[in-house]
Design a protein. Structure first.
Length: 104
């Protein structure tokens, strides 16, 4: 919703800005875009290479109980939880496979 609001504001002010100060109006856009870089770098988490389950677990761990855990710690714990869950699933399927072979 906020993004749509800002897009609407930009669409409204761009013609006025270009009419008044010309090409220098684009300098304002450039400065604002560069101002966002540090905010994105420090406050957006990196989710590249994570599965959807790991991302879900990451947010669950980070926000659980207001621990104040860093994103790196939460990412490490999420990967450990997912790896443990995969091992448990593998063990259960192997057990089920062994039981099935025993009955045959």
């Amino acid at each position: 919703m906020t993004q749509w609001l800002f897009v609407y504001v930009i669409v409204l002010i761009t013609p006025i800005g270009i009419a008044n100060i010309g090409w220098r109006f684009y300098i304002i856009f450039a400065v604002l875009n560069f101002a966002w870089l540090p905010l994105i770098w420090y406050f957006y988490i990196e989710t590249a290479g994570l599965s959807l389950e790991e991302i879900d677990k990451l947010f669950e761990i980070h926000y659980k109980g207001g621990k104040g855990m860093t994103w790196k710690e939460a990412t490490r714990l999420a990967k450990e939880h997912i790896a443990l869950a995969k091992i448990q699933i593998h063990e259960k399927t192997m057990h089920a496979h062994n039981v099935q072979q025993w009955w045959e």
